[in-house]
Write a protein that binds this ligand. Structure first.
Ligand code: HEM
Length: 83
């Protein structure tokens, strides 16, 4: 119980990033489908093919954070043990 009240921000932030990553991945898939349709036109709409780059960049940033999360936690624990 006391653990929940003393560390609220430490547990909320990763969950927020994970949910963002999940929903951005949906936007990324939709933008890739839109790009395929746009490029399959008799006169391809080239600029649409740049649209997936924005969600892909956000996926990279949030995904790198999610990847590093267990290592952050390990370093944090180790630092606390030493202190
Ligand atoms: C661009 C670089 C990306 C990186 C570095 C990355 C990294 C990660 C990491 C580390 C996780 C957490 C895995 C775990 O549970 O331990 C994750 C989860 C996930 N990734 Fe990515 N990812 C990337 C791109 C993508 C893309 C392109 C998609 C789909 C279009 C995607 C969809 C997902 C989904 C659905 C999850 C599960 C989220 C959840 O737990 O609800 N990711 N990703």
């Amino acid at each position: 119980m006391s653990e929940i009240t003393t560390t609220p921000s430490r547990s909320a932030w990763p969950r927020w990033v994970r949910q963002s990553h999940r929903w951005i991945s949906v936007a990324f898939v939709l933008s890739v489908i839109a790009t395929s349709i746009a490029l399959a036109q008799p006169e391809p709409i080239i600029w649409v093919s740049y649209v997936p780059l924005l969600p892909l960049l956000l996926l990279f940033l949030t995904g790198t954070y999610l990847f590093a999360l267990p290592y952050f936690a390990k370093w944090h624990r180790r630092g606390r043990d030493v202190a």
